[in-house]
Design a protein around this ligand. Structure first.
Ligand SMILES: Nc1ncnc2c1ncn2[C@@H]1O[C@H](COP(=O)(O)OP(=O)(O)OP(=O)(O)O)[C@@H](O)[C@H]1O
Ligand SMILES: [Mg+2]
Length: 573
């Protein structure tokens, strides 16, 4: 992945078409913000005019002083220009901050949404820490780039051009001399740009690794503590930091070296202009005022040229970060068509199903089954055989399977599985899947506008009503990440209530009662069977109690789905 990304970015930067695509992508994201960006640019340009204004008024002031003419008005004018420059700067900073925030969020929201809409199997290959880095620091680099760097570049170019002509008006030779710093800047930044894009990708990748580790060890702090791996974790974090530091240092060294070279060129340019001016004054070919304006204009032409050169690595950083975001956008997106099949008497046919996560390691091979409408079907099979995988295929979390998975209804309508069918499926996944927030928040995931009565019904259906009532704040009791604060079996029942609230005609439970005692489990299963409207239900379980509640049983064996009436001892085989 790492090498791939770097190569991809290398190719992108070399390849003209890909560059066009980058720019198109950046343009598409910037489009809604063009008015605000234009405003920033306007302020930026105004600032360069006030700077030139200051230089010109300064010149008149010095010349008049030398001639013994009055300077009072000029001092006032100088102060007025300075004051307006201050006001414009302040306004500029305020607007830039707001635009940057809004713009950054605009991009972040779209990337976040794109991640949510990406094929599950493809996006879960990325660590959430890595995704977070892309969503935060890469998006910030791109947003900052567009909101600040690009307007700055335009402003700098305008500034160089205006200053050059103003300077040439006084002395074209000096103007040319001041421009002489440009080739140095160009060479340095060209050399720099090539290296910086590689280093930027490295810095971002090590940042991802570092964050991923922190996030994961904090999420699993119990494991860190119980295995007494606090020291190891700290050490590992330091190692990851060292790795990051290595690349950060390299990138910084590159920047420092480049800016030193440019600073030198700048100093030489300035000293030359200074010497030129002094000689001019001693020959009496130059007034003091012109000398002042020279020095300040030379400053103003070389400064922006150098800043422009420093912008090149920034632009490369933007491109590198944009590359990491575009990479996510190139992952297959789910097609979310609304389902158009009625859901009365909903069944599911699996035909000729073949699937493998990894080539040559099939999970299913030409499997078939019919889940009949209104039936409760148990799915059994040893751990790791593919029970959860079957559910993932049914729910279209990946579309990379062969064969048909087709829902049908009592009217004879059919629909092949796709992301849209999740509208009529309720799913209780394996493991703890609660969010932090109140119990009500969690249950309402299944129906945002649910009334208190509906929530109560769902809680009763999942045999969770009594324990929720006994909590200090009842249904408004706050729980932490992954249901922290309630027991595992209680969390499972809240997850079942969340699924029931959706009142979906197709219900899938993956080991959803595994943490319950037999008595509570029976209550939950009773609740499910009596749930109105009665769903078509798939229950993955190893437990006898669950199987007894089902109308039929499916075993996954030898990559096939087999319907069989199992004897108890077989079930636990
Ligand atoms: N994202 C994935 N990428 C590659 N292989 C996977 C992935 N998820 C699961 N597998 C593999 O696919 C096989 C089936 O996994 P699955 O989760 O469907 O098993 P299961 O029957 O639900 O097991 P359990 O009863 O333990 O939950 C396993 O061998 C597993 O290692
Ligand atoms: Mg499983």
């Amino acid at each position: 992945m790492e090498i791939q990304t770097i190569n991809k970015i290398r190719n992108m930067i070399k390849n003209k078409d890909a560059q066009k695509e980058y720019i198109k992508w950046l343009a598409a994201y910037s489009k809604p913000f063009i008015p605000q960006l234009a405003l920033i640019f306007l302020f930026d340009t105004l600032l360069s005019f006030t700077n030139i204004g200051l230089a010109l008024v300064g010149k008149e002031m010095v010349d008049r002083a030398t001639n013994g003419s009055g300077v009072k008005n000029y001092i006032l004018m100088y102060m007025a220009v300075m004051f307006s420059s201050l006001v414009v700067t302040a306004l500029y900073q305020l607007i830039a901050a707001v635009v940057y925030e809004k713009f950054g969020f605009g991009i972040r929201k779209r990337v976040y949404r794109r991640i949510l809409d990406t094929n599950w199997l493809d996006i879960t290959k990325y660590h959430t820490g890595d995704l977070m880095t892309r969503l935060t620091s890469d998006v910030a680099a791109v947003a900052g780039g567009i909101a600040e760097t690009i307007p700055t570049i335009i402003r700098l170019i305008v500034q160089v051009v205006i200053t050059f002509f103003t300077l040439a008006f006084f002395d074209w030779r000096l103007a040319m001399l001041a421009l002489a710093v440009a080739p140095v800047a160009a060479v340095v930044s060209w050399l720099l740009g090539r290296k910086v894009k590689y280093l930027t990708v490295k810095v971002q990748e090590t940042e991802s690794a570092y964050r991923s580790f922190m996030q994961e060890s904090l999420a699993n702090i119990l494991i860190v503590k119980s295995f007494r791996t606090e020291d190891y974790s700290e050490k590992h974090l330091t190692e990851l930091r060292d790795e990051r530091l290595h690349w950060v240092l390299k990138k910084t060294r590159m920047g420092v070296a480049a800016s030193s070279v440019m600073s030198l060129a700048f100093q030489i340019g300035y000293v030359t202009a200074f010497a030129w001016g002094v000689i001019g004054i001693s020959n009496k070919t130059l007034t003091f005022g012109t000398m002042t304006v020279f020095l300040s204009l030379v400053n103003q032409i070389q400064g922006p040229i150098m800043s422009l050169a420093e912008m090149i690595p920034k632009v490369v950083t933007i491109l590198a970060s944009a590359g990491r975001i575009i990479e996510l956008q190139e992952l297959p997106e789910e097609v979310k068509s609304a389902t158009n099949i009625k859901t009365e008497g909903l069944g599911l046919k699996v035909n000729d199903l073949s699937f493998a996560y990894v080539k040559d390691e099939p999970i299913f091979e030409k499997a078939e089954i019919d889940f009949k409408p209104g039936e409760f079907t148990a799915i059994v099979g040893r751990s790791g055989i593919g029970k959860t995988t079957l559910i993932r295929l049914i729910m279209a979390f990946t579309n990379r399977f062969h064969g048909d998975i087709e829902f049908y209804n009592k009217y004879g309508e059919t629909e092949s599985t796709n992301a849209g069918v999740r509208e009529f499926i309720s799913y209780v996944p394996q493991g703890n899947t609660l969010f932090s927030g109140t119990i009500r928040d969690n249950i309402c995931f299944g129906g945002v506008k649910a009334s208190d009565r509906e929530i109560e019904e769902a809680l009763r259906g999942a045999a969770a009503y009594d324990f929720v009532q006994e909590l200090p704040d009842g249904i408004d009791t706050k729980i932490g990440e992954k249901g922290y604060g309630i027991s595992e079996g209680q969390a499972q029942r809240i997850a079942i209530a969340r699924a029931l609230l959706k009142k979906a005609p197709f219900l899938i439970l993956d080991e959803a009662t595994a943490s319950l005692d037999p008595e509570t489990e029976l209550m939950v299963l009773d609740g499910l069977r009596n749930w109105n409207p009665r769903p078509t239900c798939l229950l993955i379980s190893h437990r006898m109690s669950v199987l007894k509640y089902c109308d039929s049983e499916i075993r996954i064996k030898d990559h096939k789905l087999i319907t069989e009436k199992l004897e108890p001892e077989q079930i636990f085989a």
